[in-house]
Design a binder for this molecule. Structure first.
Ligand SMILES: Cc1cc2nc3c(=O)[nH]c(=O)nc-3n(C[C@H](O)[C@H](O)[C@H](O)COP(=O)(O)OP(=O)(O)OC[C@H]3O[C@@H](n4cnc5c(N)ncnc54)[C@H](O)[C@@H]3O)c2cc1C
Ligand code: SF4
Length: 340
């Protein structure tokens, strides 16, 4: 048992002051990832700053038609919120595809974004791991990497980002709001998580002592449809092998707008810009969707045991885009339920 301090804060400024200049401090959201990692000895904070009572637990309509989601909004509340189900079904579906009902009742929006990789070596302190102990090596490269990255990895780390919600936020062009010792700033969700490069210990661009305060969604285009689909080893309670979040707007048989993000393929949600280039202005056909997926996945560099992810990602993307294109009829139900 390693001793640590605990403080509960009531305001954002108080939270930021409590963390300022204390590298051993960690904000505590629902604790569903942080506390697990403490039990494993992977995280050894000296101070837990409990932020769950901060007044950041609301989902607010914005004047431009977007939504502001407080960082303390629980995953289950966010998935169930009517504006999210109606206007951003990809986000609701991604949340419901993650973890379990009990975990979603506890997990927060901020904590979900910052959950750590599920790479086995990262979670096992008896093994080397560049992400946990920089410079110690990456045994996953030659070892167990079936679940790990095929895009954007480096010789230092081949881990994947595990959050389903983050993939939906990348597809939706969300913005992450932060408050830290140097004030407030905002980062596009697509730039929030990083590729591993030479510093795999840094999952995101968050700076020391910064608190996530909110996530903002831009207005949803009335003609657009969105969907999340996840392939996993079990039907529930399992992380994505590959997932796809997509927003598609089709008019007169032509793709007017498309955004596509993959989960389970990289160290961050993989926004598929090359695929989107192919899609924009093209006929909304399966042939187009196949070309788009190939344009993106041609850059994949699978390891010995995870090559299956490339055709899996292709099939998921083509299937989701085809379904979205077919459901362009407004009478079609926009938000099919997703298993939890
Ligand atoms: C068995 C199991 C299965 C799971 N399956 C899935 C799955 O399929 N898909 C999926 O996406 N997730 C899954 N999860 C992960 C789960 O979604 C996360 O554990 C949860 O979202 C983390 O949220 P939290 O509030 O509990 O974070 P915490 O554990 O409290 O915190 C996580 C990290 O975020 C930091 N933090 C928390 N809040 C803030 C903030 N506001 N600002 C700055 N830093 C902050 C903490 O310091 C910590 O580093 C699973 C978890 C378990 C245990
Ligand atoms: S893939 Fe990353 S997290 Fe996994 S062992 Fe290698 S360095 Fe560690």
């Amino acid at each position: 048992m390693k001793p640590f301090g605990y403080v509960r804060v009531a305001g954002v400024d108080e939270a930021v002051r409590a963390a300022d200049g204390r590298p051993g401090a960690r904000f505590l959201g629902g604790g569903t990832n942080l506390v697990d990692l403490m039990k494993l000895g992977v995280e050894t904070p000296r101070l837990l700053i409990d932020v769950t009572r901060l007044p950041l637990d609301r989902i607010e309509e914005l004047p431009d038609g977007g939504l502001r989601i407080g960082a303390m909004v629980r995953n289950s509340d966010l998935a169930a919120a009517v504006p999210v189900r109606d206007r951003y079904p990809v986000l609701s579906q991604a949340l419901l595809a993650g973890a379990s009902g009990q975990l979603r009742n506890t997990a927060t929006t901020g904590g979900n974004l910052l959950q750590r990789t599920r790479c086995l070596y990262f979670q096992d302190t008896s093994k080397p791991c560049n992400k946990r102990a920089p410079g110690s090596g990456c045994p996953a490269r030659e070892g167990a990497h079936r679940d790990l990255a095929v895009l954007g990895h480096s010789e230092h780390c081949v881990a994947t980002q595990p959050s389903d919600m983050a993939v939906a936020l990348a597809a939706l062009d969300a913005t992450v709001h932060l408050h830290g010792p140097d004030g407030e700033r905002s980062v596009p969700a697509t730039d929030f998580h990083r590729l591993p490069g030479e510093q795999p210990e840094q999952d995101t661009v968050i700076r020391p002592g910064e608190l996530i305060t909110a996530v903002e969604l831009p207005p949803a285009s009335p003609g657009a449809r969105s969907r999340y689909r996840k392939a996993r080893d079990r039907a529930s309670f399992a992380f994505a092998l590959v997932s796809v979040g997509a927003v598609l707007e089709v008019r007169d048989g032509v793709v007017r707008r498309a955004s596509l993000a993959f989960g389970g393929l990289a160290h961050r949600p993989w926004r598929a810009r090359a695929a989107e280039e192919v899609l924009r202005g093209a006929p909304a056909t399966e042939e187009t969707f196949q070309r788009a997926a190939d344009a993106e996945l041609g850059a994949a560099q699978p390891l010995r045991d995870n090559g299956y992810k490339v055709p899996l990602a292709r099939n998921l993307a083509v299937g989701v885009l085809s379904d979205l294109a077919e459901s362009a009829d407004p009478a079609d139900p926009p938000n099919p339920p997703a298993a939890g």
